[in-house]
Write a protein that binds this ligand. Structure first.
Ligand SMILES: [Mg+2]
Length: 313
């Protein structure tokens, strides 16, 4: 049996993101504070067990030594209608780097143009989640470069295939960040990622926790951006602790996403102000407001027990 009492919340999202309209999150408190376990519902046991490792570590081990107190943050813009862009960007006060989930150039260049109306000095990170073939990547990136030039900070995971990323590097001047590749490549030689990318996007939970993420960053030895997965402020606090401890941080981190939730587990949310969030812990004093129904509570309890009983923690 999982040794901590779970509290499951269901928090609505302001806009559909990753095809979901609410976020279910299990919280628990250990000797070193509150932790969050929130793999997406469709994730299988293997993938979720990595997240549980992170969750348990955060509740039972001290955070690593912090190198910086303030973490600079990027705005995160889901692929929304143009009429929604202003109100979303408004929540990311002081942010000048905008990460956008994009599909292609023709449909999504207008999201960049609209963003520039609200943040005229914006730089963009285009997240493709591995959605392009090599040819699509070359065409789209050359179009983005022709239209937006130096305003593109980098493209995140344009293709999934490592060989395609390597070829793309010869065909485009835009810097490449790897995200999904890191997890796909975990059992291989991570130092090879340096040959195909300029930046590593690393996340607290999918890496298996702060210490595993620090180890990953060291092995990959690329500049790092810490990102998150639609976490509550509890998960974000662990992402901030990780960002605070990364020696080679590239720039703004994707840890401002509590702004995309329509509610939070704490009245002291980790939201961006002046383009930064302070690395600190929070207490979840609003769990009751977002408590999930008892059948969902049971579903998460079963899920966590099933994963925990397989061991390896
Ligand atoms: Mg990504």
């Amino acid at each position: 049996m999982f040794p901590f009492e779970l509290q499951v919340v269901s928090i609505p999202l302001k806009n559909n993101f990753r095809g979901v309209s609410f976020r279910e999150i299990a919280l628990f408190e250990g000797p070193f504070g509150w932790s969050e376990f929130s793999p997406f519902i469709e994730y299988d046991i293997n993938e979720s067990s990595v997240w549980l490792k992170a969750s348990l570590e955060a509740a039972t081990k001290p955070a690593p030594k912090s190198l910086r107190e303030m973490i600079s943050i990027n705005a995160t813009l889901p692929n929304v209608k143009l009429s929604k862009v202003g109100e979303i960007l408004e929540k990311f006060t002081g942010c000048t780097t905008i990460k956008i989930k994009i599909n292609d150039f023709n449909n999504d260049k207008s999201l960049l143009m609209e963003s520039l109306k609200h943040i005229p000095n914006a730089k963009f990170r285009l997240d493709v989640n591995g959605g392009w073939s090599l040819n699509q990547a070359i065409t789209n990136l050359n179009n983005y470069e022709a239209e937006f030039g130096g305003l593109i900070d980098y493209v995140e995971q344009p293709c999934l295939d490592i060989a395609d990323l390597k070829s793309l590097r010869n065909e485009s001047n835009i810097k490449i960040a790897v995200d999904e590749s890191i997890r796909k490549y975990l059992r291989n030689d991570l130092t090879k990622l340096k040959d195909v990318a300029d930046i590593a996007v690393i996340k607290w939970a999918p890496s298996g926790g702060t210490y595993a993420a620090l180890d990953l960053a060291e092995k990959i030895s690329l500049p790092v951006v810490i990102s998150s997965s639609l976490d509550s402020s509890i998960g974000i606090s662990h992402g901030l602790a990780l960002a605070g401890a990364i020696p080679n941080l590239y720039g703004a981190c994707g840890l401002g996403t509590v702004a995309l939730l329509d509610g939070d587990v704490t009245s002291d949310s980790l939201l961006v102000s002046g383009g930064v969030i302070k690395n600190r812990k929070v207490v979840p004093d609003r769990i009751n407001e977002f408590k999930a129904e008892s059948e969902r509570q049971k579903w998460w309890q079963d899920r966590v027990n099933q994963i925990y009983e397989r061991g390896q923690f």
